[in-house]
Write a protein that binds this ligand. Structure first.
Ligand code: NAD
Ligand code: ZN
Length: 249
């Protein structure tokens, strides 16, 4: 069976995406050949929550970097994000679980109710003390107006982008939804993820144990290739539209 046939036959497809689906939007992944951590292993250590909490200079530098970059000004969804819309129009999408924090699935038009951002989002900030949230842009406006390390307006605590750093726990609700999707789907379609980050990568064995087929679309080998029904190696922008029949003629 081809990946295309498996999806044709499925009525509930769960999708798990990783950084690889956004590289064609110009956002580097972490562990691919040009990945942020492949090129600079020290950056991985710095992304631990303890560094953020204990090192005010690290926080200030981080805010400056975010404010200067105008994070999403020039970042748009690509063919891969848009291809996944076909699963919704074919009424097959169960849940779109993403490890990405860039908000590009929603920007491409995916139904927000079906998208689960298991590692959070850079489009919002969250207080590490009271949990209050706000749009990222509001915090960046404060940085641009001169606040070097803007505190939470509610409690004075430390604000951070609403992403899950190393050392932080995942939101229970997101994790539950990912697990249920893996259990209930007929096909789990993994796109652009090295399947090395847990517990999210466990969606693959959970899906297999629940008798779902697993399709892996990735340029390089992943941590769970041996559990895949079908592996499609190639550029996501090239192969994903074909697999999901995004361009029917
Ligand atoms: P990863 O970096 O571990 O793996 C990405 C995989 O995608 C690699 O195996 C790479 O070979 C493949 N790939 C990259 N571009 C591709 C393309 N165009 N076509 C086909 N394959 C391609 O990513 P991960 O598994 O998502 O884990 C990284 C963690 O880092 C995640 O938890 C995520 O939260 C975070 N992250 C997010 C972003 C983002 O939001 N865009 C970017 C970098 C890292
Ligand atoms: Zn607070």
């Amino acid at each position: 069976m081809t990946a295309q046939q498996l999806i044709d036959d499925a009525s509930a497809v769960a999708v798990l995406t990783g950084a690889g689906i956004s590289t064609d939007s110009g956002i580097p992944d972490f562990r691919g050949p040009q990945g942020v951590w492949t090129r600079n292993p020290a950056a991985e250590k710095k992304s631990h929550i303890d560094t953020y909490v204990n090192d005010v200079d690290h926080r200030k530098a981080n805010w400056q970097r975010l404010a200067k970059k105008q994070i999403w000004a020039e970042v748009d969804p690509n063919v891969g994000h848009r291809a996944l819309l076909a699963l919704e129009s074919r009424d097959k999408l169960h849940t779109l679980v993403t490890q990405n924090v860039d908000g590009l699935h929603q920007a491409a038009g995916s139904n927000e109710d079906l998208v689960v951002e298991v590692h959070g989002t850079t489009r919002r900030v969250k207080c590490l003390d009271c949990g209050d949230g706000a749009p990222m842009q509001k915090a960046l406006d404060r940085v641009l107006a001169g606040e070097e390390d803007p505190p939470c307006k509610t409690c004075g605590g430390i604000l951070k982008s609403a992403t899950i750093s190393f050392g932080q726990s995942l939101e229970v609700e997101s994790l539950d939804r990912a697990q249920v999707a893996a259990q209930q789907c007929d096909v789990l379609l993994c796109v652009g993820t090295s399947l090395g980050v847990f517990p999210v990568a466990n969606m693959v064995p959970i899906a297999r144990n629940s008798h779902a087929q697993v399709i892996i679309v990735n340029a390089e080998p992943t941590g769970f290739d041996e559990l895949a029904t079908v592996i499609v190696r190639g550029s996501i922008s090239d192969v994903l539209p074909v697999i999901v029949r995004a361009n029917p003629d």
